[in-house]
Ligand binder design. Structure first.
Ligand SMILES: Cc1cc2nc3c(=O)[nH]c(=O)nc-3n(C[C@H](O)[C@H](O)[C@H](O)COP(=O)(O)OP(=O)(O)OC[C@H]3O[C@@H](n4cnc5c(N)ncnc54)[C@H](O)[C@@H]3O)c2cc1C
Ligand code: SF4
Ligand code: SF4
Length: 1021
């Protein structure tokens, strides 16, 4: 199927009518999954990590294998002859593997169950939507693992890996996915459900006689391939790299056996749909050691691979200077900087890893490494990593290389199209030298990294795909690289599969084998209904294969956005679809709304894609002034139901504003920032809910509500109060304290001053002053924390001074009241500047508020504002702290970090651990995902179930595994969620530190569960 350059519709209505009947028939057939043809879903599934954007008409989300088979069965009915299907897993393809104008079948949402693990036989059975890291985490309990280790392990699915015959780090030793596929349950375009597995000659013979369709298939294909066995062996390169497009070399043995499952592995969904897979898994190596070898040039690192290979490492991976420079902004950099910065002369590194069954075997390899390095003499540094965390972080940086490159400033961004070329390793230095010369000839920048041990290097030239001249280079450069590769006996698709690069198949395999591939396709899918346009067509017509420059490019869509808007919304524009934000692991901060919904619309990538489409439609339809003229802010959304803005609004409403995507996403997509901007524009057109106004005003109302706390709390708890709360859209609201933090601190003699008087403190006081910026949440809802911090400072012989309370504007920003926020931020910023003149520290308590001063404030205020409160852990870690013994020294405290703190300050866990250790306390820090509260999110009625679901997913076990009095949490939201969901009160770490270092042996809050039971009862739902 040729995609052609269809005109991109101005507005995206539902699916084309042709598909409506199919969808209806599917429902009638008992399809249990979801069917989506709305604009938001279609846009979200129109992209992957590639340069393409292809709009599917409908996306299906089957619940199980039976649902997949229903889809195929209905599609073979005569009435649906025009219906084609494309499977999709994690959608991390780099060349449009799962992009199509056909119906898309997504397995990632529901089909992610590990069905069986049998350690004795080393077999597992999975649904195709299981994520690689999910499987490996489950297998670790039995000391096993699934070896093909790809960089997208956190979100790529087994179905997708089988689709591309994926492999990665360690492939020299462990091979590719097809080496581990034992059998596949598949549905073919004919409507047949088959089990594909290895059949020896006898089994084939018996099966044919018994009329078994799989044996018949094996028999026919073996006969078709037999005459060309020699040609296949000569033509298919003998490299441990991918070879998508029907693995003729490994599917047929000389003894007549046929491995049909290997033909399917690498078929990119063009032969049928996988419903279930049984895989071979192997014991995890028990001994492992990583060496980081430094070089002054990339060429030296490549050339050294030959010497390093003689030591039999499990992997050698090269990272160039550009990526190492970008990695310095990576969240994990602080853990590895000593390795890289310890050898400043090394600009490029080889990561060399040894994995063996015993330490002594690893030691033997390492001895060999010493000798190899000495004889080659190219390395300028050699660091042996002893700490497994550091080794894991170095590998994580390597895995994030693609994302890091995307952070490169400027309109030209590194893009995939020749990103996974492979040549025999002995050809690599010469090939890379010629490739560099080619790219340098175009004046194009690029970063390089990858699997030097197997000759597969990742190269992403930087192009501006919104510039037609740059986009035209895709064809020109690819053609030249293909010539270069053929000269070096290499392949264009070394690792990531072909996708829309199928037109080059003939160049590499020649006419005869091309026609043999066609035979395979014809036998499985004679009417070209499985991912058509990829690999080969059943009739062999090369014109039916999509050409790299005939498929709609994402850049063409983005080009329609006004350049000024592109600049203004650059974070959404820069999302390159690498999918880090689909991380399946509940312990990772990114992205709670995706984890709990499994709906890609509710991910940073989904939201960024919708913003891009919204901008494109806005640019095409009308500018803001025109919109303002036809709409008033009193308008309800029902008045203009077709406005695409509503789809963006709905996607943004699910965001918890946890800000994990502002740091964990490799391009720092920062959805809360985009959301705030979007809401401002949206509510210029459509009326704001009263709930948003109340939330925005909360920080302003808090002091007054606290004064009237008994009244306000009683009313909130009353029947009419609860009814109104619910009508406004709140599930519940926390109780206020009349005896709030500021009042308690004042009572204890702490100064509370405004900015001017604080700056004029007498000299002798000023020398020991520490300024505290009180936030609304800790002050008015959790009143013991602020006084505890003051006690702690006094115990350290410092003088706490609390700045008079001012709303921070956090809620205003979240809800898009940007003008009001900017005004507030400006006033705060001036006050902080004045106070900073005293050169004394300023600290904030609640991490999510304190971090705002360094993030949202500088973007909203005029001039360069440098003064901002420090996070408590960062500041406390700089002090010299006294060792002390108290009753608390016996306890093992457990701290759970606020997810915003954890992601914005990756050193936070180490800082708190160190602080506790230095004062003589034991602390174990749990770094997990979002607690599900996230400010106002958990209080909103429509989010209540998701809020609880997130808590169950990532927090409940960690919280309830320790005695309540040992439980600590840095975030106010987290503490209130713990109270609500687990009925216990967690203390802030400063409460424990204050109790430990001040005269009291026990701080009041560690004696029992909740000291303020009214908070728990009011907040409980
Ligand atoms: C940053 C980055 C790094 C990468 N690193 C590596 C790497 O180290 N090694 C590597 O091999 N790849 C790598 N890739 C490419 C990509 O991650 C792999 O190709 C991966 O196997 C795709 O898995 P997925 O679940 O995202 O599948 P998708 O991209 O969704 O699909 C891949 C193919 O499989 C087919 N498919 C999916 N499910 C089924 C099914 N149920 N039945 C039939 N066909 C199906 C699809 O139709 C499609 O053709 C990388 C990509 C990125 C963005
Ligand atoms: S939002 Fe970030 S992490 Fe997610 S796909 Fe886009 S660039 Fe990748
Ligand atoms: S802020 Fe959090 S919830 Fe929102 S998109 Fe980013 S990671 Fe997801």
């Amino acid at each position: 199927m040729l995609l052609g350059k269809e005109t991109i519709p101005k507005s995206l209505a539902g699916a084309p009518a042709a598909h409506a009947a199919f969808v209806e028939a599917l429902r009638d057939a008992g399809f249990q999954g979801e069917i989506a043809d709305d604009a938001a879903t279609r846009i979200t599934f129109a992209t992957d990590n590639s340069i393409y954007q292809v709009l599917p008409p409908v996306v299906l989300f089957p619940r199980d294998g039976a649902d997949i088979h229903r889809i195929v069965e209905v599609s073979v009915r005569e009435a649906f002859a025009g219906i084609a299907l494309t499977a999709r897993g994690g959608g991390t393809g780099t060349n449009g593997q799962s992009l199509a104008t056909t119906i898309v079948v997504d397995t990632s949402r529901h089909m992610n169950r590990i069905l069986d693990v049998d350690p004795a036989s080393g077999r597992v059975t999975v649904e195709p939507g299981v994520v690689l890291a999910q499987l490996n985490q489950r297998l670790a309990a039995d000391g096993l693992f699934f070896p093909p280790m790809i960089s997208t392990a956190t979100r790529a699915t087994l179905g997708g890996m089988i689709g591309t015959d994926a492999c990665g780090k360690g492939s020299r030793r462990y091979g590719r996915t097809h080496d581990y596929v034992e059998s596949l349950e598949v549905s073919l375009a004919s409507g047949e459900a088959l089990t594909l597995q290895s059949l020896d000659a006898n089994a084939i013979e018996r099966g044919v006689a018994a009329g078994d369709p799989a044996a018949q298939l094996a028999h026919e294909l073996r006969a078709a391939v037999a005459p060309y066995r020699d040609l296949v062996t000569q033509t298919f390169p003998d490299m441990p790299r991918s070879l998508t497009g029907y693995n003729l070399r490994d599917a047929f043995d000389d003894d007549g056996s046929v491995h049909l499952q290997r033909l399917f592995t690498g078929a990119e969904g063009t032969l049928g749909l996988i419903r279930q897979a049984t895989l071979r898994v192997i014991p995890k190596p028990t001994a492992r050691r990583l060496a980081v070898i430094g070089y002054t040039t990339f060429e030296a690192a490549l050339a050294d691979a030959r010497a390093l290979l003689t030591t039999e490492p499990s992997a050698i991976e090269t990272i160039d200077d550009r990526i190492l420079a970008l990695a310095q902004q990576d969240p994990g950099w602080h853990r590895v900087r000593h390795v890289i910065e310890g050898a400043p002369q090394a600009r490029v590194i080889n990561l060399v890893e040894y994995e063996e069954a015993s330490e002594s075997e690893v030691a033997t390899r390492i001895n060999g490494l010493d000798a190899a390095l000495e004889s080659s003499g190219r390395a300028v540094s050699d660091y042996r990593v002893d700490d497994a965390t550091v080794a894991a972080e170095l590998w994580a940086i390597r895995a994030r290389s693609v994302g890091l490159l995307a952070r490169q400033p400027g309109a030209r961004k590194p893009i995939p199209f020749i990103e996974d070329t492979v040549v025999p390793p002995d050809q690599l230095p010469e090939y890379i030298a010629e490739l560099r010369a080619l790219l340098d000839g175009y004046g194009i920048e690029y970063g390089m990294f990858g699997h030097v041990d197997v000759g597969c290097l990742h190269v992403r030239p930087a192009l501006d795909m919104t510039d037609a001249a740059d986009a035209a280079l895709i064809r020109e450069i690819t053609d030249k690289v293909v010539v270069l590769l053929k000269r070096h006996r290499g392949l264009l698709w070394g690792e990531h599969g072909k996708g829309f690069r199928g037109e080059y198949t003939r160049d590499f395999f020649g006419e005869t084998l091309y026609s043999l591939l066609t035979t395979v396709k014809r036998r499985f899918d004679p009417h070209n209904r499985m991912n058509p346009g990829k690999i080969v067509a059943p009739d062999g017509d090369p014109m039916r294969i999509d050409r790299i420059d005939a498929v709609p490019l994402r850049g063409e869509h983005d080009r329609q956005i006004d350049p000024a808007q592109r600049d203004r919304w650059s974070k959404a524009i820069d999302c390159n679809g690498n999918g880090v934000c689909f991380d399946w692991d509940a312990r990772q901060a990114i992205c709670p709304s995706y984890k709990i919904t499994r709906d890609r619309i509710h991910s940073p990538k989904g939201r960024a894609g919708l913003v891009r489409e919204w901008l494109r439609q806005g640019a095409a339809d009308a500018n803001e002034t025109a919109v303002a003229a036809t709409c008033t802010p009193r308008r309800r959304r029902a008045a203009v139901p077709t406005d695409f803005s509503h789809a963006v609004y709905d996607a943004m409403q699910g965001c918890l504003a946890c800000k994990a995507c502002a740091t964990q996403c490799p391009v720092h997509v920062d959805i809360p920032d985009q959301r705030s901007r979007f809401l401002e524009v949206y509510h210029r057109r459509y009326r704001r809910p009263l709930r948003d106004r109340l939330a925005g005003a909360l920080e302003h109302l808090a002091p007054v509500a606290a004064e009237l706390a008994p009244l306000v709390n009683a009313w909130l708890a009353s029947r009419p109060g609860r009814a109104l709360t619910h009508r406004l859209g709140f599930a519940d609201l926390p109780a206020f304290y009349r005896d709030h933090g500021l009042r308690r601190a004042r009572r204890a003699g702490v100064r509370v001053l405004d900015g001017t008087s604080a700056a004029c403190l007498p000299g002798e006081v000023r020398q020991r002053v520490v300024f505290i910026t009180p936030d609304a949440f800790t002050t008015y809802f959790d009143p013991s924390v602020l006084p505890a911090l003051c006690r702690l400072l006094e115990a350290l012989a410092l003088t706490p001074v609390i700045l008079s309370y001012k709303p921070s504007g956090k809620a205003l920003h979240v809800h898009g009241f940007r003008r009001a926020f900017a005004k507030l931020a400006q006033a705060h910023a001036w006050r902080l500047e004045a106070i900073a003149a005293s050169r004394r520290p300023i600290v904030g308590i609640d991490p999510s508020t304190a971090l705002m001063y360094g993030d949202e404030y500088p973007r909203s205020v005029a001039g360069d504002i440098w003064s901002r409160p420090q996070l408590l852990s960062t500041w406390l870690a700089t002090l010299s702290l006294p060792q002390r013994r108290s009753a608390l020294s016996q306890r093992q405290f457990r701290l759970i970090l606020h997810c915003t703190e954890r992601t914005a300050n990756p050193a936070a866990a180490d800082e708190w651990r160190e602080i506790f250790e230095r004062v003589g306390l034991s602390l174990d820090v749990v770094e997990t995902g979002c607690c599900g509260m996230a400010g106002i999110y958990g209080h909103q009625s429509e989010h209540l179930a998701h809020s609880r679901g997130l808590y169950d997913m990532a927090w409940r076990d960690a919280v309830e595994a320790v005695p309540a009095q040992n439980l600590l949490a840095t975030g106010y939201s987290c503490r209130s969620q713990i109270a609500r969901q687990s009925d216990r009160r967690a203390a802030h770490p400063v409460e424990v530190l204050a109790a430990h270092l001040s005269a009291n042996d026990e701080h009041e809050n560690t004696k029992g569960v909740a000291r303020d039971p009214e908070i728990i009862s009011t907040a409980r739902t």
